[in-house]
Design a protein around this ligand. Structure first.
Ligand SMILES: Nc1ncnc2c1ncn2[C@@H]1O[C@H](COP(=O)(O)OP(=O)(O)O)[C@@H](O)[C@H]1O
Ligand SMILES: [Mg+2]
Length: 242
């Protein structure tokens, strides 16, 4: 379980998070929505311990992330995959080498097992044919699937997805949404998905929270939010939103 309680974070005088409380129960996909620049990526970065809150608590499975030492943070990051916007691949490494990076960084598997694991993950995202290609030569959708394989390669319990369908057309987005649901159902991964896409939220989420003024303005099941009269929910999930 991921639990943020009353988290505050400012950069200089700009207060970004102002008492954010958010719980992601195990085994579910939680979708975090909100306008650009409201602190969604900042929230994710607190959960993997790249940012420290000014105050409040950030816990993963009961463990306080800001209190972790370097070793504990490395252990946490093995259990938590991160899918960056647009995949964030390294252009001069092949698809397979990109996917292998977290395993090498954490020294997690013997050399001969790394290849097997990488190909297992590439098959899962339907990318095994592209293992030897390089990021500049593949489409946006393929980059994202490669990023997802990399996020999954350590067999994490959690995956944080930062705008998994940004810049992708509706058909490719839909494939990504289906993969995100598959990852929950077949790998039992708990997901926290940042998006402003209604399609992504309604397809992938078990619960949705919408960030407003540094905290959740509204939170509930997909059904509750889609049918809500709350103006914030209607802006993001009502008919006509995208
Ligand atoms: N390390 C940082 N230093 C200063 N400002 C930052 C930093 N990270 C994010 N911000 C600012 O915090 C705000 C929220 O950023 P972000 O979480 O990336 O927004 P989004 O909701 O679009 O993901 C933005 O105005 C951004 O410029
Ligand atoms: Mg962001």
């Amino acid at each position: 379980m991921i639990e943020l309680h009353d988290v505050y974070k400012a950069f200089g005088k700009r207060e970004i998070l102002r008492g954010l409380t958010l719980t992601v129960p195990k085994g579910l996909n939680f979708v975090l929505m909100g306008p650009s620049g409201t602190g969604k990526s900042v929230t994710l970065r607190h959960i993997i311990g790249i940012l420290q809150p000014d105050r409040g608590s950030v816990r993963v499975d009961g463990q306080e992330v800001p209190a972790m030492n370097h070793h504990q943070l490395m252990e946490l990051r093995k259990r938590m995959g991160y899918l960056f916007q647009n995949g964030a691949l390294i252009n001069w490494l092949s698809v397979a080498e990109n996917v292998a990076l977290p395993l090498r960084e954490h020294g997690m598997l013997p050399r001969d097992e790394i290849d097997d694991r990488v190909h297992e993950m590439l098959r899962l995202v339907h990318m095994d044919q592209a293992a030897k290609q390089f990021p500049p030569d593949i489409s946006g959708g393929m980059k994202l699937r490669c990023g997802l394989a990399r996020a999954l390669v350590t067999k994490p319990e959690y995956v944080l997805y930062d705008e998994p369908n940004a810049g992708l057309d509706p058909i490719i987005s839909r494939e990504i949404h289906e993969l995100i649901v598959d990852v929950r159902d077949t790998l039992h991964v708990t997901g926290l998905i940042v998006t402003h896409s209604r399609a992504c939220a309604t397809h992938c989420a078990d619960r949705i929270g919408i960030l407003q003024d540094g905290r959740l303005g509204i939170e509930g099941t997909v059904d509750e939010l889609v049918h809500s009269d709350n103006p914030l929910a209607r802006d993001f999930l009502g008919e006509g939103s995208d």
